[in-house]
Design a protein around this ligand. Sequence first.
Ligand SMILES: [Zn+2]
Length: 163
Amino acid sequence: MSDKNKNVEKKIARDIKYRALLEFKYSAGKHASYFFQQLRDNKKLMASKCPKCEKAYVPPRPACPECFEANSEWIEAGPQGTLVGFTVVEFPFLDPTTGKTKEVPYGYGFIILDGTATKFAHFLDETDLNKLEAGMRVEPIFEEERSGNFADIKYFRKIADSE
Ligand SMILES: [Zn+2]
């Protein structure tokens, strides 16, 4: 091999930096599609229910994670519920559901909707930690224009006559 060819081989080994754009559509599946349709069209939060242990899940799951039975029934969850955990977010970061940074501060909570066994995570309108407490009764406030996603619920707020 000549000295000239050795130089060519060295030039071949190099990094190529390229950022790929991969567009895709996410299929919500049968259960989540029904959940989002009911949320969009009727402002209902539908839960799937296990026929064996009778636990209801929202967002719905196709099978019970405890019994492994197919969740074959639907019930209307809440829409009121009990706040069981919360925080107030002070640090801005990208919201993966919108691709935008949500204005801070905002409340975020785990809510057990009436009739269900799961903690439903969503925004809270309250941003004062001293006014939030576990056990507080809350209700969802829906957007007027809904498109079939979690953002159709603006936030949960304390039910006015609850303590
Ligand atoms: Zn079950």
